[in-house]
Design a binder for this molecule. Structure first.
Ligand SMILES: Nc1ncnc2c1ncn2[C@@H]1O[C@H](COP(=O)(O)OP(=O)(O)OP(=O)(O)O)[C@@H](O)[C@H]1O
Ligand SMILES: [Mg+2]
Length: 326
């Protein structure tokens, strides 16, 4: 593949350390801030050409690489800041110097080809990767100015503050009611009225209340796939998280159930911050405010969803969102 020019139409990056607290010693120095060694064009007529290959070539040659972060991100208030985040499964590196902010009270979508590290990045935010053997990280994740990876951090507390919904719904083998109030029970809440209120609120927020209010004591396993997924969202919401992570939450659902979940994501984003992984470009375009395109473990381009889809700065992004690359 020929090496071609990589010249963003609007070359902008968000300062990686702006307003941040220092992270733990694991934080690694950034390896570079430009596409070192990759020639960039000064000829404006080349900016719009089909230059797929420049980013991929830079990555393959091991050159330092600066993702294109659109200026719109700079005016957002971040809830999570990933700083020079790297992750290794044993000797295999899965994430490379991810530096990015996830804006508060917005829906951000992670897109990119299979194996590019979307789920790994998502699991890194609430430290679910801790549960996998031989995982090593460098850099940091900052949640509201607190390091998620600080040595004294309470991981259980982090996972309470950052809820997660998986591709395959995973209701617990207990009643609908007990599923929803699970986190409250773990916290020692016993007051019936508090549990019932929380259950109703979460099920209403998850657009499931009307369908299940007369069968709260029945097993959650008797719900349909789409209902189970909304139940899992209700369970996550009931814990009152600051951030909700969703890893392909609709990939096992039919179009009607998918639409319900998408509407739900839109509604809950008024109160919560959502980061969603999806392979469905239409879904990313429908539900998210911001979209990040990842490739080979790197953040490549990140901006407002409308801009990323309609006016991407990089040819790789354009090729991917139009289904011609990856
Ligand atoms: N538990 C694990 N042990 C070792 N390697 C892993 C593990 N999980 C993921 N990987 C590797 O890390 C890389 C990123 O995987 P990840 O699951 O994050 O990709 P993804 O973008 O979510 O892909 P998909 O779209 O297929 O879900 C891949 O090369 C994958 O093989
Ligand atoms: Mg995945």
């Amino acid at each position: 593949m020929p090496t071609q020019e990589l010249k963003p139409r609007t070359p902008v990056s968000v300062s990686p350390d702006a307003g941040r607290t220092p992270g733990p010693e694991r934080t690694a120095p950034r390896t570079g801030s430009t596409l070192n060694g990759v020639p960039t064009s000064t000829d404006p007529s080349r900016e719009h050409g089909p230059a797929v290959g420049s980013v991929t070539e830079a990555i393959r040659q091991g050159l330092a690489f600066q993702p294109v972060v659109h200026p719109a991100l700079a005016s957002e208030s971040p809830i999570i800041h990933a700083r020079n985040f790297r992750l290794f499964y044993g000797r295999t590196q899965a994430l490379y110097d991810i530096t990015m902010d996830f804006p508060r009270h917005r829906v951000s979508a992670l897109i990119g080809p299979s194996g590019c590290g979307k789920s790994t990045l998502l699991r890194s935010i609430n430290r679910l990767n801790d549960l996998i053997d031989h995982v090593r990280i460098e850099g940091d994740m900052i949640l509201n100015n607190t390091s998620v990876y600080a040595p004294d951090v309470d991981v259980i507390d982090i996972r309470k503050r950052i809820g997660m919904v998986f591709q395959k719904s995973n209701p617990f083998p207990m009643s609908i009611f007990e599923n929803v109030v699970y986190a409250l029970r773990i916290d020692g809440e016993r007051r019936r009225s508090v549990l019932e209120d929380a259950c109703e609120r979460a099920l209403k927020a998850a657009a499931l209340w009307d369908e299940v209010k007369d069968r709260l004591r029945q097993s959650a396993l008797g719900l349909s796939g789409g209902q189970q997924q909304r139940l899992c969202i209700a369970r996550a919401i009931a814990a009152d998280p600051e951030l909700l992570l969703m890893d392909e939450p609709c990939s096992a659902l039919d179009p009607v159930a998918t639409l319900r979940i998408e509407e739900l994501i839109h509604e809950i984003s008024q109160r919560y911050t959502v980061v969603i992984v999806t392979h469905n470009m239409q879904q990313a375009a429908r539900v998210s405010d911001f979209t990040a395109f990842m490739y080979l473990g790197r953040l490549i381009e990140y901006g407002r969803t409308a801009d990323l889809f309609q006016n991407p700065r990089l040819p790789e992004t354009e090729q991917y969102v139009t289904g011609r690359f990856g």
